[in-house]
Design a protein around this ligand. Structure first.
Ligand code: FE2
Length: 371
């Protein structure tokens, strides 16, 4: 199974993982063979990529760290909360936010699944349609923030608090006019000032709810603050920013970077790592190091070359060692002729490093042929 962007899909390819819209409706099911008209429809729906059955690693799955069903439930919950908040008068906010305790139940599922995962490595495992960007982004920020909390050794009750604040971190966006929120192109100074109010709007709504822990509400208020004081809304620095907010700030930026957006293509994870490291003063370095430990720099299916001049495809990552994947070798970089089947595990071969990652349109022709 491999993640293939929609622009590289060809008729005849087979869907390896189902795709849902933000309402939870099935758009494409596993096993479906693509036709030209399906691919055109996917482009219209702004689906950025699909998981495809491929001949390079037909035996390898790309596992999500939480169950599909849980991810779907969490997405729908956030969608319901945010769309209801847009329509309802302010006084019904308390009820809406914690109706039936649903948010705690879904978070408990997420935390339990993450804690029970013996090899907690986050691959790029979800596909977002344009209409569910905000919701699935919220779920991913929660998953990555909780994962980082686990790496920091935080208690389950703290993980629950991080989860609530992260799931709802962009709650305040429901009060930003849509023409500003969805604007293609650069924002005017006034429009950006309005965007910068979303942490305050969200925090006020969260506090009205009455039962949300202050540390969760602070994630909503502080997720755009930066360690060096360049963030907003307060321009706080280092320790003035709550630990949970420092964690979610990293997850928020990372997840935005690795997502396809209407105005730019997604960063591959290893480039998002470099980007975050290059903005060192903005993020808490010790948290950033922990954050990277559970994210695959080279997700399963990535085609790359190694320092021993071999080209291969990533088949496994080990938690704690994000840049040492196991690679199934395909050919030599010099000859481009197929080699005997073998795998090199960079966990064992410490003298070998990843040299180059191939993006989809750079993959050598002889490898494309066997895909
Ligand atoms: Fe935000």
């Amino acid at each position: 199974m491999r993640r293939v962007s929609v622009s590289s899909l060809r008729p005849g390819m087979k869907v390896a993982k189902p795709v849902y819209d933000s309402f939870g409706f099935l758009l494409l099911n596993t096993g479906l063979e693509l036709k030209r008209e399906y691919i055109e429809n996917l482009k219209k729906l702004e689906v950025p990529a699909l998981f495809i059955v491929d001949n390079l690693i037909p035996d390898v799955d790309i596992d999500d760290v939480i169950l599909d069903e849980t991810r779907k439930k969490a997405n729908q919950l956030i969608r319901n909360i945010m769309t209801d908040l847009e329509k309802q008068p302010v006084k019904s906010i308390p009820k809406l936010l914690f109706a039936d305790n649903k948010i705690n139940i879904v978070l408990n599922d997420i935390i339990t699944q993450l804690l029970n995962n013996s090899n907690l490595v986050i691959n790029l495992a979800d596909i977002r349609t344009a209409d569910n960007y905000t919701f699935s982004h919220s779920v991913n920020v929660a998953v990555m923030s909780i994962t980082t909390g686990i790496a920091l050794g935080l208690s389950k009750s703290k993980l629950q608090k991080i989860g609530i604040g992260s799931l709802l971190h962009d709650l305040g966006k429901v009060k930003i006019p849509l023409h500003i929120l969805n604007k293609n192109g650069s924002l005017s100074v006034e429009e950006f000032e309005e965007i910068k109010r979303h942490p305050r709007y969200g925090y006020d709504m969260a506090r009205m709810q009455g039962h949300m822990d202050i540390s969760s509400a602070l994630i909503i208020y502080q997720h755009h603050e930066r360690m060096n004081g360049t963030g907003y809304p307060e321009g706080l620095t280092s320790e003035q920013i709550h630990l949970f907010s420092r964690i979610s700030a990293i997850a928020d930026v990372y997840d935005a970077l690795v997502s396809d957006r209407p105005y730019r293509a997604a960063f591959p994870p290893h480039e998002a790592f470099i980007f975050l490291q290059s903005r060192g003063e903005e993020f808490d370095q010790s948290i950033l190091q922990k954050f990277f430990k559970n994210i695959a720099a080279y997700p399963v299916g990535t085609i790359l070359s190694l320092s021993n001049e071999m080209i291969g495809v990533v088949v496994h990552n080990t938690a704690g060692f994000p840049t040492r994947p196991k690679v199934r070798i395909l050919c030599s970089e010099v000859e481009l002729e197929p080699l005997e089947p073998m795998e090199i595990d960079l966990m064992d071969q410490l003298n070998i490093v990843v040299k180059k990652v191939y993006n989809e349109n750079e993959i050598p022709e002889n490898i494309v042929k066997i895909m």
